[in-house]
Design a protein around this ligand. Structure first.
Ligand code: HEC
Length: 200
């Protein structure tokens, strides 16, 4: 009786592992970014992320959310984040629209304004595996990561100077991806569209 039960459980496990293997090896798993998600994909990924993040220390922000830090954060953001996460009142880039999962628009709706700063800091430093969200450890300093964290945490209440900094400059990946973007170039470059001739 007990023997039969053990055998039954073993066969059950083997069938489960076997069908999961065949799902991948026979090409049923989604590969394209436009394909539908795997069964339970989002749920499992979120559960894994929360379980992991809950175990980590929750440090306090290293910088206050004052204007100087938010402007510094805006400089980081437009260079390293905007192409995926978008800018205030700007259309989405082609890059962001071709991704799976879609990067959330951090200056639209809630973004991550309701997340704790430590959580956002961790995500920017370490990235999120199999999503396209890069980890910036070693590429940005701790201070820069906190500055950009405070910026997106306060994305719903940025001041005009911060917004101006976000939208200024046209040598960022965002504006290269989106040539129609209205920018205030830091340096005069050849305009894409016919506008007023540059003052000399
Ligand atoms: C190549 C595209 C790409 C770049 C560049 C990028 N991200 Fe992301 N990011 C993503 C994607 C995709 C996700 C969604 C991951 C998911 O669904 O779990 C994400 C998720 C996030 C999240 C979590 C959002 C949430 O709702 O929990 C934060 C915060 C974030 N990114 C901040 C940044 C910051 C700050 C930068 C720049 C320093 C940046 N990202 C650069 C693609 C990108």
């Amino acid at each position: 009786m007990a023997k039969g039960l053990v055998l039954g459980i073993l066969i059950g496990i083997l069938l489960l592992v076997g069908s999961a293997y065949l799902y991948f090896s026979w090409g049923f798993a989604p590969v394209a970014t436009s394909a539908a998600p795997m069964p339970f994909e989002r749920k499992l990924a979120k559960a894994a992320q929360h379980a992991y993040l809950d175990k980590l220390p929750h440090p306090q922000p290293l910088v206050p959310a004052d204007e100087a830090n938010l402007i510094a954060g805006a400089k980081v953001y437009k260079e390293h984040c905007a192409v995926c996460h978008g800018l205030p009142d700007q259309p989405k880039s082609a890059v962001s629209q071709g991704m799976f999962p879609k990067p959330p628009e951090l200056f639209h709706g809630t973004g991550v304004t309701d997340d704790e700063p430590w959580e956002t800091y961790w995500k920017v430093e370490n990235g999120i595996r199999m999503t396209g969200m890069p980890g910036f450890k070693g590429q940005l300093s701790e201070k820069e990561i906190w500055q950009v964290t405070m910026l997106v945490k306060n994305a719903d209440k940025i001041t005009e100077p911060v917004k101006k900094e976000l939208l200024a400059g046209n040598s960022t990946p965002m504006s290269m991806a989106m040539p129609d973007m209205e920018t205030k170039p830091a340096k005069e470059t050849k305009p894409m569209k016919e506008t007023k001739p540059a003052k000399k």
